[in-house]
Design a protein around this ligand. Structure first.
Ligand SMILES: Cc1ncc(COP(=O)(O)O)c(C=O)c1O
Length: 445
């Protein structure tokens, strides 16, 4: 068997975390159970560009990219220099900072739906603000949604309902523990791609719906006309349309999926990659929808923090300056071609799936119940070859040709291991770790 790198310090630290931090981590996607627990690193000590070093001293090429939040690369020199200079001028003033206006102008010039702007420090928080504004502006309570929108009560209350497709609750894997039951039926999921279902929900809940909140895409583009159809239904029923671009924004187009697909919603939520790893989020939208927020109680001390503002301003300008859209296409297309070649060369059946901004590996398996084991084995073998990824890859502008070449070699070696395991019916013997667990099911794949 392969000689795996030692991750003893990571495993010991995780055990300490289990005694002090309920659920071990702050983000579910950072739990050890999301990777190959036992082989993958769990704690990092430093990161630069597309690489990081774990606390055992092993170096990895990073394709998780802080779950998408890193877009230029870790510790980007231009963003970090701007942040360091801002630290010297003060991170939080007693007064307001003109940076708020400068960033608002940049966002208005960048995102088609943006005429007015509010800030937060994260994506879920920005979704909650967007929902508050939509409810306040419309005077209605219910929200129809399709996607992942964070941890807040307005959204997690959806788990008191059944999933429209299979009768399970929307996020199999999460129970709405601690979410007020009185919120049940205030937030209703709809299936991605199904305009009839959305129309039925709009009709059944006529005059009660404040907004449709959705991820316009996640890993694939919609059928032509789908988002246009959603927008037409929203307009017909007088409902505010909100695109949650926390995960899909910035890489495909700096102006978001709405710019790429030319479908402009009433409001948009952005966060994550907008500030290259510094906490920042924003709700933007049309003047009509946003302006009534001046009478709503939406207020928090750290939303004025200069570090997030300056990091976001610099990151957005650098994305434009560095021709990011072309580079993401190049990286994604190269990975996609190499993944397809590797799958064919080792004699497996499957393909690279997903958009070039997040290409992934999908294998056709003789038995679907093998999928969690194969995913885990993939992560295990990649990790042991110095590459941290899920079964998909989130590029940054810092990924070099060398990073890509090394990753491609690791993919070839990993798929060879998987192929031999499948051929000999010996996948179980190859697993040196726990089986990866999916935290919850997503509505937009
Ligand atoms: C589409 C979408 N919305 C909201 C969120 C929540 O953002 P945060 O984790 O910054 O609260 C996420 C996080 O992954 C997301 O992907």
């Amino acid at each position: 068997m392969y000689d795996y790198p030692q991750v003893t310090q990571s495993l010991e630290t995780y055990e300490r975390a289990g005694k002090l931090i309920p659920g071990w981590t702050q983000l579910i996607s950072r739990r050890a159970s999301q990777f190959a627990n036992g082989v993958s690193p769990i704690y990092a000590q430093r990161a630069k560009g597309a690489r990081f070093v774990d606390i055992d001293g092993n170096e990895y090429i990073d394709w998780v990219s802080a779950v998408g939040a890193i877009i230029l690369g870790h510790a980007d020199e231009v963003v970090d220099q701007a942040v360091k200079e801002q630290i010297d001028r003060g991170s939080l003033y007693s007064l307001n900072s003109p940076l708020e206006i400068e960033l608002a102008e940049e966002l208005v010039n960048t995102i088609p739906s943006a005429e007015m702007v509010r800030y937060t420090k994260g994506g879920g928080e920005a979704c909650a603000v967007a929902v508050r504004i939509a409810r306040g502006t419309s005077g209605k309570d219910k929200i129809l949604f399709c996607g992942y929108h964070g941890w807040h009560d307005w959204y997690q209350a959806a788990n008191y309902l059944e999933n429209p497709e299979d009768g399970e609750f929307p996020f199999a894997g999460i129970e709405p523990i601690g979410v007020p039951q009185v919120l049940a039926n205030t937030v209703i999921p709809f299936a991605y791609g199904d305009l009839t279902m959305l129309e039925d929900l709009l009709k059944t809940n006529r005059n009660q719906i404040a907004a449709i909140m959705m991820e316009p895409i996640r890993s694939t583009l919609p059928e032509p006309g789908y988002l246009e159809g959603v927008k037409a239904l929203a307009q017909e029923h007088g409902v505010i349309l909100i695109f949650d671009e926390v995960s899909c924004g910035w890489r495909l187009s700096v102006g978001g999926v709405q710019k790429y697909l030319n479908v402009v919603p009433d409001m948009t939520v952005v966060a994550k990659a907008m500030s290259n790893g510094y906490p920042m989020g924003a709700v933007v939208g049309s003047r009509t929808v946003m302006e009534p927020a001046d009478r709503m109680f939406i207020s928090s001390s750290y939303w004025s923090d200069n570090i997030g503002l300056v990091a976001a301003l610099t990151t957005i300008r650098e994305l434009k300056q560095r021709n990011s859209e072309t580079r993401f296409k190049e990286i994604g297309q190269r990975l996609s071609a190499e993944i397809n070649r590797a799958i064919a060369d080792v004699g497996l059946s499957g393909a690279c799936t997903g958009l070039y901004t997040n290409p992934g590996i999908t294998l056709d398996l003789p038995d679907v119940t093998l999928a969690p084991k194969i995913k885990t084995l993939f992560i295990q073998e990649m990790s042991s070859r110095g590459v941290l990824c899920y079964t998909a890859f989130k590029p940054t502008l810092a990924h070099t040709e060398e990073d890509i070449n090394l990753t491609v070699q690791a993919i070839i070696d990993t798929l060879t291991v998987i192929q031999s395991g499948l051929e000999s019916d010996g996948i179980d013997n190859l697993l040196a770790c726990d089986i990866k667990q999916d935290p919850f099911r997503r509505l937009v794949q």
